[in-house]
Design a protein around this ligand. Structure first.
Ligand code: PLP
Length: 410
């Protein structure tokens, strides 16, 4: 996309689009008749970009993120993906980076420097904690972890030098849903910026910027790409917060490759239908498991009993296919008897693809403020509901739980 066709930083054009989100997903970031009528945007592989004159060079250098300037700042397909994400997220502009974790780094560093303090929900994605503790910590930023169920009480942890509140809902592995409006209001009242990891819900099921969050990211690796074949991080922000975020992303300098941007844009076109199926199947599995003898608790935000269920009903437009179950207490051998012989559910990191996944998890590793809550509990399994026939998935889980029940405790 050229200077002229790339949306301006005001985001004003978006408010004028009268179409529903499914329609916009089909058309966003795409201009077939600028490319021989070909439906999908072209991929350019580029590092060097040539300028015909000194004038052109100087003009481009004034804002390297606007046009096509140098490969590290992206190529037209990067810009198409960035614009598409900004449009769906309802932000001023978008940024694509090489992974979700890189996007989190940009969020954490955009508003903080030595001597600052950040507040992070205790149930954030474990690598987010690693970035906060190790990366920020090494550069003189202090971190406090708070109970995700603290609501407006998060304000008790703010200090005069608190610059950022890092949110994620539902929480990684444990799926509690924080009272986001209460936390966002508390942060605003204290002049603290808010950033939110929206990987679970995607812009289809949660609109953090409309709720008052300053910066939102998602691991495009998960539902956006949707086929387990590329790493991607995407970000957007309010017009006011965007320049600092853009600066941090440019300082990090980790662009996604053009082929991966293509895959993310292609994944985006079917996001809505895939999410509807992940949601339906996830709910079917969760409800089935909730009635199973070997299951102590299902941690799915859409099911009553999951902490924050009411906040979920109030603030989210839907659930994705990722949730967890706490089993009746049992040994590692019994877990192995279950997960080593699944027919359909496979073990592996990440999620958001078309295939179903199962992963034993121990939240205590990645909790400080709420570690007690997860001690003395049965084993936790994280489940990603893929696009297979739900009845086949239920049969696979039932057979696995029968193995779990039958195996001897070591
Ligand atoms: C996977 C994940 C990330 C990181 O994404 P990568 O692309 O793997 O770096 C961030 N947040 C959440 C909630 C995730 O699940």
């Amino acid at each position: 996309m050229s200077d002229e066709t790339r949306p301006d930083a005001t985001g004003a054009h978006r408010n004028e689009d009268p179409h529903g989100i499914d329609t916009r997903i089909v058309h966003v970031g795409r201009d077939p008749f600028a490319n021989h009528g070909i439906v999908n945007p072209p991929v350019h592989h580029a590092s060097t970009v040539l300028f015909p004159t000194l004038d052109a060079l100087v003009k481009a250098a004034a804002d390297p993120t606007r046009g096509v300037y140098y490969g590290r700042y992206g190529t037209p397909i990067t810009h198409a993906l960035e614009d598409a994400y900004a449009e769906l997220a309802g932000g001023a502009r978008g940024i694509a980076l090489a992974s979700g974790k890189t996007a989190i780094l940009a969020m954490l560093t955009a508003f903080t420097g030595a001597g600052d303090h950040v507040v992070v929900l205790d149930n954030v994605y474990e690598p987010t904690r690693a970035l906060a503790d190790q990366f920020l910590g090494r550069y003189g930023v202090e971190v406090t972890y708070v109970d995700p169920m603290a609501g407006a009480g998060v304000a008790d942890h703010f200090r005069p030098n608190t610059k950022l509140l890092m949110l994620e809902a539902p929480g990684s592995l444990t799926f509690e849903v924080a009272d986001l409006p209460a936390m966002i209001a508390a942060a605003k009242a204290a002049g603290v910026r808010t950033a939110l990891d929206n990987s679970w819900a995607t812009p289809l099921y949660l609109k953090p910027l409309a709720m008052g969050v300053d910066v939102v990211m998602e691991a495009g690796t998960k539902y956006l790409v949707g086929h387990s074949d590329a790493m991607m991080g995407v970000l957007s922000a309010t017009e006011e917060a965007f320049p600092a975020l853009r600066r941090a992303a440019s300082e990090i300098g980790a662009p996604p490759g053009p082929d991966d941007c293509y895959l993310a844009l292609r994944g985006l076109r079917t996001l809505s239908v895939r999410m509807a199926r992940h949601r339906e199947t996830g709910l079917a599995l969760a409800r089935h498991l909730a009635g199973h003898d070997m299951v102590r608790q299902v941690l799915h935000p859409a099911l009553p009993g999951c902490p924050g269920h009411e906040a979920f009903l109030r603030d989210f437009q839907g659930s994705s296919g990722l949730f967890a179950v706490e089993l009746q207490p049992g040994s590692r051998d019994r877990i192995a008897a279950m997960v080593d012989h699944m027919a359909l559910f496979k073990m592996g990191f990440s999620w958001g693809g078309y295939e179903s996944l199962i992963l034993p998890a121990d939240p205590r590793r990645a909790r400080t403020a709420t570690r007690d809550r997860w001690t003395g509990r049965g084993p936790l399994l994280r489940i990603h509901a893929g696009l297979e026939d739900p009845a086949d998935l239920i049969a696979d889980l039932d057979a696995g739980l029968a193995r779990y029940a039958a195996a001897a405790d070591a």
